[in-house]
Design a protein around this ligand. Structure first.
Ligand code: SF4
Length: 165
């Protein structure tokens, strides 16, 4: 097993983002959010080659453990992941989520309130905490959906699920 290794590409969304979000399971949601709109996912997968390197971490839009992508809503259908695996002729199984022990980080009320008051940056919050903050900001009536998206860095798709739009 190896830690995630990523190399600079000017189009990589993770430039400037704390590597911990790609390396520590409790923060994977933030890393995956960055990957979700990254234009160089295939480059990333081919460079890091997680299946051959037995990698752990968020790489190319998927969480990996011991060189296997952890099951998610897109592991079976993502054409980029499929292209990577097919080109390398990898015989890689998807790791079933039931086999993963994921440390749970409870939402931190102080962090959520500090974020809403503008005292801390979105990167200090888990994805769950940002969703809670988004809803509370919406309920104040002081923020538009665009404001909330800009501040929380949650995608429009996620906000549609979180906010009573
Ligand atoms: S796919 Fe994710 S980890 Fe890879 S370069 Fe893009 S943002 Fe970084």
């Amino acid at each position: 097993m190896t830690a995630t290794t990523r190399t600079r590409n000017d189009e990589a969304n993770c430039i400037g983002i704390n590597p911990a979000f790609f390396e520590h399971e409790e923060f994977y949601d933030i890393g995956l959010e960055a990957c979700s709109t990254c234009n160089v996912r295939l480059w990333c997968l081919q460079l890091v080659d997680p299946a051959n390197n037995w990698s752990d971490g968020v790489i190319g839009g998927h969480a990996w453990q011991n060189g296997r992508p952890i099951e998610s809503a897109t592991t079976a259908t993502d054409p980029i992941l499929r292209t990577y695996l097919k080109a390398q002729d990898h015989k890689v199984d998807i790791l079933n989520r039931r086999d993963i022990k994921k440390p749970k980080r409870e939402p931190d009320e102080l962090a959520i309130e500090a974020f809403i008051e503008g005292q801390i940056y979105w990167r200090k919050l888990s994805a769950e905490e940002r969703k809670i903050a988004a809803l509370r900001m919406w309920e104040t009536g002081q923020y538009t959906q665009t404001d909330i998206s800009d501040l929380t860095k949650l995608s429009g798709h996620t906000l549609k699920k979180v906010l009573p739009l």
